[in-house]
Each structure stands twice: as structure tokens, then as C-alpha cells.
Design a protein around this ligand. Structure first.
Ligand code: SF4
Length: 400
């Protein structure tokens, strides 16, 4: 990191390469609100909230900002074919692709979400969830309208399934995103909440400016993107949290209107590009919690990505179009974690269960607790320059 940043709710001694942090207790109610509510209740408009900011602005409904996309092929009849994600939408003149944020204007294909995010929030990096990236720091999180999946369990469907005309957005240049991140004491910019690759052109430019200012760029993505734009993204990306939503094509087709195979290719490409990688599997009762499916997924991760890939099993809460299902039983999450550990994955977490020991990081070599978390707050860290403070095992991640 190029600059010294404000301390964030912890006492750090980075000069020693070791961090000890004091507890910031939150209630169970607060934890559930943070974990289960997605954007709900956390949509603080930072641009209007900064009292000293001359450019403070109110969000505008239907704000559209365009940029010509480099990711399309012109077809003979004035139509275009989008090359950004595996849908490869063929879009006639005047129409938009499946994600609703790209439009064919006279045979050229434009992003409608370049510089008009509808969400801009300061989050704990643990909320993404990244457990191996600068623990205890904050990420300025941004999102626009639109998504290339239609998940029936989407936490943020109010913006992911909306068009740019239906949401309130801010006019924020890439440079302004970075300025705000620095003002707010963020250590990273997170592209999240919806599928960020639908605003890839914006993400690339924000990413370049943010990297120049010493910030990390991190993404939470469904991984449904074509190889060329993904490799372009990797030039500015530091860490990726990819949803591996289930381990069958049937699951992806029926619940996400998507496909598994391209997601697996994305994971392999990210590993090849040496991007720090974590995976989240939201366990939905009766949909993707079959132990055989879980085992197959874990073996695939071990074989293709390596046993040090952090895996988060996250608890489902009923919402959007799956309100009739119950929350995931904790025992199901514990069983999944046991399966993952038994096949050799070394960093396996249980998410969205307050106080569960699976929320903490343990050293796979000596078994000692390395990072203790209370909600999104860090209670203790026992790492020396990315190694276990007790046995010296190297722990994958970005630690300073
Ligand atoms: S990014 Fe959008 S327009 Fe392009 S192929 Fe994917 S869904 Fe279609």
C-alpha cells in the first residue's frame, strides 16, 4: 500500500507484521441485519453524506451515462453480438441485451452504466466476504443496475433486476470514486451487489485510477464472463470472490437462468492469472445441499484450484422468489464444512451464522486460531507477515 490510511476500529502494529485488535461487539440483531439483508438498511448515500464535499449530490432517477463497449461484433443487418458474457446476446438496432444495461444504437453497442452507480457504500471487507484480504479494513463498494443472471434467491434484486431508468444513481467519475474511497479511509474498491461485469468498462477505468492511488480492487462476481474481458479485468484486479452457486447445470439453469461450465472456466482463469481467489457457496435447502454434490464441488476445487482456496458455505435466508423455503439448518452447513475439510480443503468457513466457530480462521497445520471474528469485526489476528504466528505456515491472502 502506497499511503498510510486511517485506522479502522482496530489497533494495528503492522511494523511488526502482526496485528492485534480489540473487540467491537455487535448484537445478534445487528449481525443478522448485516448478514442477511443485503443492501437493505445499509444504503447510505455517501455522496450526500459527506458534509465537507463541494460536489455533494443527490441521486437522480433514471440517470444514464454511456460508453461505447469494446466487447461486441457488428452483424450485417445492423444488429450486434455482445461478447462480454457467455450469453452472447444478439441485439437488433434500438434494443438491449439480457442484462438490460447495454444497448444497440445504430449498429454500435453501448454500456448504459458508465459512471452512474446506484449503490456506493463503505463496507467491512469481511462483508464481501473476503476473509483473507486485509482483515479489519473497509471497502468502498459500488454497483450499477443490471445483472446477467436472474437468481430466484437474489439478495439485491431491487437493483440487479432493474434497468438504469428504474433506479436512483449518482454521477461519479472513476477519479471521484477513488477520491471518495480515500476520504472515507477505504483500503479497497469493491465491485459487488449485482454482477459487476455488466459494468466492466466503468470497472476497468475505476480500477486503474484506484490502483494508481494504492487501493486494492476486489470483485464479488457470479463468474459468468467471457475469457477476453476477464483477462482484461485481471490487469487491474487484486482479489475475486466468486459465487459457486451449485455444482450442477440443472441448478444453474433452473434457479439462476445461467450455466455452470463458464463459471468453472472463470475460476481456472483467475487462478492462472494469480488473482487472490475465494469462493462462496450459498446453501439452499433441497436445492444444492446434497452431500454428494457438495463433495464433488469440493474435490473439483481441490484438484483444479488447490486446497488452499478459501471456501465459504453461506446460510440461506428466504427472500425474493424463494420465500417458502426455510433458512439453511446449521447442521447442514456444518456437514458441508466437514465434507470440505475431509477432502482436503484447508480454509473452510460457515457464513451468516452468528457466533459460529466456522466464522474464524484456523491454521490447517497446527490447528490454532489465526483470526477471530465477531460479526464483521476482528477480535484477534495471529499472523506474522502472512504466516501462522504459532507454527509459521504460510496462509494464502493479501495481508498488508
Ligand atoms: S453482458 Fe448483457 S448484453 Fe452482453 S451477452 Fe451478457 S447478458 Fe447479453
Amino acid at each position: 500500500m502506497g499511503k498510510k490510511r486511517p485506522k479502522l476500529g482496530c489497533e494495528e502494529d503492522m511494523a511488526q507484521g502482526r496485528t492485534m485488535m480489540k473487540v467491537h461487539k455487535i448484537t445478534k440483531r445487528e449481525f443478522l441485519k448485516l448478514c442477511g439483508a443485503g443492501l437493505g438498511g445499509l444504503c447510505m448515500p455517501l455522496l450526500t453524506g459527506l458534509k465537507k464535499t463541494a460536489q455533494a449530490q443527490r441521486p437522480q432517477k433514471g440517470l444514464i451515462k454511456t460508453k461505447l463497449s469494446p466487447y461486441f461484433t457488428a452483424l450485417e443487418d445492423g444488429a450486434v453480438q455482445c461478447e462480454l458474457c457467455p450469453r452472447q446476446c444478439r441485439v437488433p438496432k434500438g434494443k438491449r441485451g439480457y442484462c438490460g444495461v447495454r444497448e444497440n444504437r445504430d449498429g454500435k453497442y453501448y454500456s448504459l452504466v458508465y459512471g452512474n452507480p446506484c449503490a456506493l457504500h463503505l463496507d467491512p471487507i469481511e462483508k464481501k466476504p473476503f476473509f483473507h484480504v486485509l482483515p479489519g479494513t473497509r471497502a468502498l463498494s459500488i454497483a450499477t443496475a443490471g445483472c446477467n443472471f436472474h437468481c430466484k434467491f437474489c439478495q439485491n434484486w431491487e437493483i440487479s433486476q432493474a434497468s438504469p431508468e428504474e433506479v436512483y444513481s449518482y454521477d461519479v467519475s472513476p477519479a471521484l470514486v477513488t477520491t471518495r474511497a480515500e476520504e472515507m479511509g477505504a483500503h479497497s474498491v469493491a465491485y459487488t451487489y449485482v454482477e459487476p461485469t455488466v459494468f466492466l468498462e466503468y470497472m476497468l477505468d475505476v480500477g486503474m485510477v484506484a490502483r494508481g492511488a494504492g487501493l486494492l480492487n476486489v470483485i464479488h462476481s457470479n463468474g459468468f464472463v467471457n475469457e477476453k474481458p476477464l483477462r482484461d479485468l485481471c490487469k487491474v484486479l487484486d482479489a475475486a470472490q466468486i459465487d459457486l452457486k451449485g455444482f450442477s447445470e440443472d441448478f444453474y439453469r433452473e434457479l439462476c437462468s445461467g450455466s455452470l461450465a463458464p463459471v468453472l472456466e472463470t475460476l481456472k482463469t483467475l487462478r492462472e492469472e494469480n488473482i487472490h481467489l475465494e469462493i462462496t457457496n450459498l446453501m439452499i435447502p433441497t436445492k444444492n445441499d446434497d452431500p454428494g454434490m457438495v463433495k464433488d464441488m469440493c474435490v473439483w476445487i481441490r484438484e483444479e484450484l488447490g486446497p488452499d482456496t478459501p471456501l465459504h458455505f453461506s446460510r440461506f435466508y428466504p427472500l425474493y422468489k424463494l420465500t417458502k423455503l426455510p433458512p439453511t439448518p446449521v447442521s447442514v452447513l456444518e456437514k458441508a464444512r466437514a465434507i470440505a475439510l475431509s477432502v482436503g480443503l484447508r480454509y473452510v468457513y460457515i457464513g451468516n451464522v452468528p457466533g459460529h466457530e466456522g466464522w474464524n480462521t484456523f491454521c490447517p497445520e497446527c490447528g490454532r486460531m489465526l483470526i477471530q471474528r465477531t460479526g464483521y469485526m476482528i477480535r484477534e489476528i495471529h499472523l506474522n507477515h502472512g504466516r501462522c504466528a504459532f507454527c509459521g505456515n504460510a496462509v494464502p491472502g493479501i495481508w498488508s
